[in-house]
Design a protein around this ligand. Sequence first.
Ligand code: NAD
Length: 264
Amino acid sequence: RPSIMSGKRGLIMGVANNRSIAWGIAKAAHAHGAELAFTYQGDALKKRVEPLAAELGAEVIGHCDVTDGATIDAVFAEVEKRWGKLDFLVHAIAFSDKDELTGRYVDTSQENFSKSLLISCYSLTAVAQRAEKLMTDGGSLLTLTYYGAEKWMPHYNVMGVAKAALEASVRYLAADLGPQGIRVNAISAGPIKTLAASGIGDFRYILKWNEYNSPLRRTVTIEEVGETAAYLLSDMSRGVTGEIHHVDAGYHVVGMKNPDAPDI
Ligand code: NAD
């Protein structure tokens, strides 16, 4: 039975385990007919990613640390060798020193600022440069962002600044790559308990706050982010680029605390 992603081949970057948002996206893309390849960061994650990829009958391309351009080149060379071209790419990668995801933004060190922006923002541009060459029939690039890019959030600190730059990159990349039919979009996901999120101070409080105050009165799942991603990665969204699409149970439209919310 034809499906919205039948015949499409995509690279998934950013699976750490079965709670990763990238895993939710991979499951949905697979369910809609896509063929997938995964990267992993380091040997510790290789052991986690390999069985997950096998579950979806997918390939594991290899190690990629986005701070090391040679590993990015190696991954794209391997994709070219196996597939010759690429239809979509999921970038679900971010990092900041945990010690600076608590307390005040003003105390951010230069070293962690540079590292956070390199891994969480520049890496999208780095992979877009390589993907462009393989997306010969057009394509779709998707990254993950958070509302902390738009508004101050406690503890999000330098990551909020990195996500704001990432969202601006989505717009600039969309304009640069649009003439070739390559679309660039982001999903702004509501808070989800993942490995990366566990580094953010008071994350349980953030989850509860969203549950009590979002229009849908709950948080979102990686499967829900995955279904929206399948739309953005497929031709269903062929008229959409440069977009920051919120999958957050509507939290971003709320201007005040829900007066009926219980105390946290
Ligand atoms: P996760 O820990 O499962 O995934 C983060 C991934 O980033 C890991 O696979 C890790 O290997 C990868 N990574 C970190 N540094 C890297 C590097 N130098 N090179 C290559 N890969 C590297 O957590 P997640 O929450 O699924 O995060 C995925 C994306 O979603 C991130 O961009 C995150 O900021 C974003 N996001 C998360 C939430 C949330 O609440 N969990 C909300 C909105 C957006």
